[in-house]
Design a protein around this ligand. Structure first.
Ligand SMILES: [Zn+2]
Length: 253
């Protein structure tokens, strides 16, 4: 499996504004990208990887995927120039109802709130070749919503991205990595071809595992995540199959 790396904010944040240490400093992020570049890792589009999973093609060796959840403003101001320097690409999972505002959802409000991309920022990046996927409209726990409300979060966020960016949108990531089989089915029914989670639960096209990179990562832990060894470790730990399950393989819409 090709490692899918997950980042949130790329910013120097004081501890009280980032108690879970999710933010990675711009300096560390740049050094991590330089490490991948120097060591000949190939940065792939998430959609390419998904297509190879769907078609059962052999996976490219020494490759990785970059994803950024929520769509913080620093993806535009800090990350994009660094990616351009190395010729890397990324997928940004955007909270579409919060464009141009601050993150204010559970776990990210008050003093932890941070500015998010505007639609104009998103359009600039999309036109330059970066990919946008949906991370819902309001960043709820989909598992706690009524069916109709969850379906609206999935469908309308996709339509908003499509209308604002004028591109097809077929990738999704679960807020808080929270999903159930019913939510996964709704994601498929809403027209997405794949969804990213964290590193929990059964791996599949609608729960692609991701390795979260944080401010706590050492060189060793980052190299472990980027090399794919982390996935092998998870597989051994979980002893779960990593081939597409037939139930999800049947869904192609
Ligand atoms: Zn999120």
């Amino acid at each position: 499996m090709i490692p899918i790396l997950l980042y949130h904010q790329i910013a120097d944040l004081p501890r009280h504004r980032d108690p879970r240490n999710l933010a990675v400093s711009p300096e560390l992020f740049e050094r991590q990208m330089a490490y991948l570049h120097r060591n000949g890792y190939r940065c792939m589009q998430l959609s390419q990887v998904v297509r190879s999973i769907i078609e059962g093609l052999p996976q490219v060796k020494k490759a990785f995927v970059l994803t950024f959840d929520d769509g913080y403003k620093d993806v535009y101001s800090t990350v994009w120039p660094i990616l351009s320097d190395f010729g890397f690409t990324a997928t940004i999972f955007f909270v579409t109802g919060c464009a141009g505002r601050e993150s204010a959802w559970e776990g990210q409000s008050g003093s932890l709130a941070a500015p998010l991309l505007s639609w104009s920022d998103a359009r600039d990046m999309s036109r330059a070749g970066l990919t946008f996927g949906s991370h819902t409209i309001t960043h709820p726990y989909l598992t706690r919503l009524e069916h109709a409300q969850a379906a609206r979060e999935l469908r309308e966020s996709r339509l908003m991205l499509r209308d604002q960016l004028d591109v097809e949108v077929d990738l999704f990531s679960y807020p808080y990595s929270a999903y159930t089989p019913a939510v996964q089915q709704m994601v498929a029914d809403s027209g997405y071809i794949a969804a990213c989670g964290g590193d929990r639960g059964r791996w599949g096209r609608f729960n692609l595992w991701r390795a979260q990179c944080t401010g706590k990562d050492s060189w060793l832990s980052f190299a472990f995540k980027a090399s794919g060894q982390y996935y092998r470790f998870l597989q051994l730990k979980r002893r779960v199959p990593t081939r597409q399950s037939p139930r999800h393989a049947a869904r192609t819409n």
